[in-house]
Design a protein around this ligand. Structure first.
Ligand code: SF4
Length: 254
């Protein structure tokens, strides 16, 4: 899937002109926080490798960001290995390929992760995401404690007190989970609108994209974004972030 070689100095301009939303989001978060968790480093790192960023430039790029947060020494010790690993220079020396849309869309980013597909994960409220909230752990710990306590405590009054405390804790945890997820559901479409607005997408095109997202046609939404940004059709549809990049460069270079 390699397109051509790109240099470190071009990467910032290419990110705003030719990266699909998933990679723009990771790129922006990396520059904002000077850090990405493992899933984000893999998704963006392999994408950058396939667009033609050489290993030396990749190391310089990641180091320039991470060293602002963790320091250059810690970057060299803890993070540079995995970048060389992605390029097949460490471990089994496998030449890893970048992730396709279906893999990115079916990933399950946790709270604090920035990888995944924004069309799906910016507005996700699936059960699996519910379980990523911190309070689900407490909820189930309370549930397990309750079951074991009810089997071991024989005094009726202690049992009744335990029961009401546990029920109150469960209601508290459940309320927090519901509130967090409702908030993420309502905020998520706003986040997606804002992200698409930054790409210059608005008006009718934006409404059409959000319609596709609501009906869970994430790759179609991405294709419509490509068409709106480039004012050109994309008959094959988007099925890979690097395909998005290559198609974009073809249009911009003609
Ligand atoms: Fe990235 Fe594919 Fe999602 Fe587009 S549809 S944002 S290329 S994962």
């Amino acid at each position: 899937k390699e397109f051509s070689e790109i240099s470190l100095k071009d990467i910032y301009q290419l990110a705003s002109s030719s990266f699909p939303l998933c990679m723009r989001h990771l790129f922006d978060k990396l520059r904002e926080n000077h850090h990405l968790k493992h899933g984000g480093r893999m998704q963006l790192g392999l994408f950058l490798k396939a667009v033609g960023l050489k290993l030396e430039d990749a190391l310089a790029f990641w180091k320039s960001e991470f060293s602002q947060k963790v320091g250059a020494e810690r970057f060299d010790k803890e993070y540079s290995y995995s970048i060389r690993h992605n390029y097949g220079k460490e471990g089994k020396r496998t030449d890893y390929t970048p992730y396709a849309c279906h893999k990115i869309i079916s990933s399950t980013p946790s709270v604090g992760d920035h990888h995944g597909c924004p069309y799906r994960h910016f507005r996700s409220c699936r059960l699996v995401d519910l379980f990523n909230q911190k309070f689900d752990v407490l909820y189930f710990l309370v549930y397990i404690y309750y079951n074991s306590a009810m089997h071991t405590i024989h005094c009726e009054s202690i049992r009744a007190t335990q029961k009401s405390i546990v029920h109150m804790l469960q209601i508290f945890c459940f309320s927090i989970i519901v509130v967090c997820n409702c908030r993420s559901l309502f905020n998520s479409e706003e986040n997606l609108r804002a992200a698409l607005g930054k790409m210059g997408v608005g008006g009718r095109s934006l409404d059409d994209i959000l319609d596709k997202v609501r009906s869970r046609h994430y790759q179609v939404a991405c294709t419509l974004t490509f068409e709106a940004v480039h004012a050109a059709s994309c008959d094959s549809g988007i099925n890979h972030p690097n395909q998005y990049f290559e198609a974009s460069q073809k249009i911009l270079q003609t």
